[in-house]
Design a protein around this ligand. Structure first.
Ligand SMILES: C[S@@+](CC[C@H](N)C(=O)[O-])C[C@H]1O[C@@H](n2cnc3c(N)ncnc32)[C@H](O)[C@@H]1O
Length: 359
């Protein structure tokens, strides 16, 4: 099914033509529902709102609320109408913006797929610390599944709704739950840094040592770590929506329990006694969470564990005087690696090693 053609409404870029456009969308939603297809046109309309930078979070929350009610069609149509009307855009504008956004995303995904192909073809196979050959096809499958998942409207709607509820009912802010992703090539750049590679081998050398990701989201870094380093990796994610979708993907990729474990829990309750590598996705965390998390890792992580963080909150623990009762540093910096991530072209990833000091 196609969107109504622009000629139908002339070239006028008025809010009236946007309204006509949405009416057409609504008519088709009704038609789709009659034929038993659940509102695909509304989803398409929604993508347009996202492409146009409309207050998407609000629209997503409304969508989630309405989709639970019996007057689903009416609710969805009202939201679509209101949203596009507020945008005050004509149909031509809307269509152009939408196709620009779709083209840009397609180009980005094609470029990412090329990079992965190139990277995996040239990659040092000993990257896998336990010397097992890397499962390249699984890595590729994992990235393309995650890219599809992250733009799923139902996921985004549930997520926006849960973040809202969570920030009202807990001490966490909504910023604390911001979504972001790290390209596989960026992860590989970090773990292939020569200094990082050396400390990673030492940290995972002892039997039973695992990798852990704090704030594992859809599972990105957990899957990367398990499939590149080849060690058991645990993820802690507080939001049920992200946890459930990540668990579904784990099942789809047939990653067994011995390789990947996903916990729907607060990272502050995690057990660090056998952790060799800890990844903190801390770029948006609240200051209080960051403080509790850094105290926890300084006290509980075993010696020689490697810590990878997205900011530089932990550099204070490299100073022997400021944070150590015994006047010994708790961490030492191993490397700083600039890499592109979804929210920044050059995020400086800080990598540390836990040393003997105590706070
Ligand atoms: C920026 S995102 C993760 C980014 C991502 N994995 C990447 O590839 O860059 C940070 C995650 O931390 C999660 N989070 C925040 N507070 C948490 C807590 N107390 N316990 C567990 N997860 C938490 C958020 O829900 C969010 O999914």
């Amino acid at each position: 099914m196609h969107m109504p053609c622009p000629e139908l409404y002339g070239n006028a870029c008025s809010s009236e033509s946007a309204l006509l456009f949405v009416r057409e969308v609504s008519r088709r939603i009704q038609h789709d529902l009659k034929s038993g297809i659940p509102a695909p046109m509304f989803k398409k309309c929604f993508r347009i709102l996202i492409a146009l930078d409309y207050d998407v979070k609000k629209a997503l929350r409304d969508y989630h609320i309405h989709s639970k009610k019996s007057n689903l069609v009416e609710g969805l149509v009202q939201i679509a109408l209101k949203s596009l009307h507020q945008l005050n855009k004509g149909y031509d504008d809307v269509k152009l913006e939408c196709s620009k956004a779709e083209i840009a995303r397609k180009q980005q995904l094609a470029q990412e797929a090329d990079e992965i192909e190139h990277l995996l073809a040239s990659m040092d196979i000993t990257l896998s610390l336990n010397q097992k050959p890397l499962n390249l096809n699984k890595l590729k499958e994992c990235v393309s599944a995650l890219r599809c998942l992250e733009v799923d409207i139902d996921l985004q709607a549930r997520l926006a709704f849960e973040v809202d509820q969570m920030s009202e009912s807990s001490e966490y802010s909504d910023m604390n739950f911001s979504y972001g992703s790290t390209p596989l090539s960026s992860w590989i750049k970090v773990i292939q840094d020569p200094a990082v590679k050396t400390v990673l081998s030492a940290a995972l050398h002892c039997d039973g040592r695992i990798c852990m990701v704090w704030g594992s989201s859809l599972g990105w870094l957990v899957f990367y770590a398990a499939l590149t380093i080849g060690c058991t990796c645990w993820g802690y994610e507080l939001l049920c929506t992200l946890h459930e979708f990540a668990s579904g993907l784990k099942q789809k990729l047939q990653l067994d329990h011995g390789l990947v474990q996903l916990q729907n829990a607060d990272l502050l309750v995690s057990d660090l006694s056998n952790v060799g590598v800890l990844v903190l996705t801390n770029q948006c965390w609240d200051a209080e969470l960051m403080q509790k998390a850094s105290t926890k890792l300084a006290l509980e992580l075993p010696e020689n564990a490697v810590i990878i963080e997205y900011c530089q909150h932990l550099t204070k623990y490299c100073d022997p005087k400021v944070h150590s009762a015994a006047e010994k540093a708790v961490l030492e910096i191993v490397a700083t690696v600039p890499v592109p991530v979804s929210w920044n072209d050059s995020q400086i990833i800080h990598v540390y090693r836990k040393v003997a000091g105590q706070i």
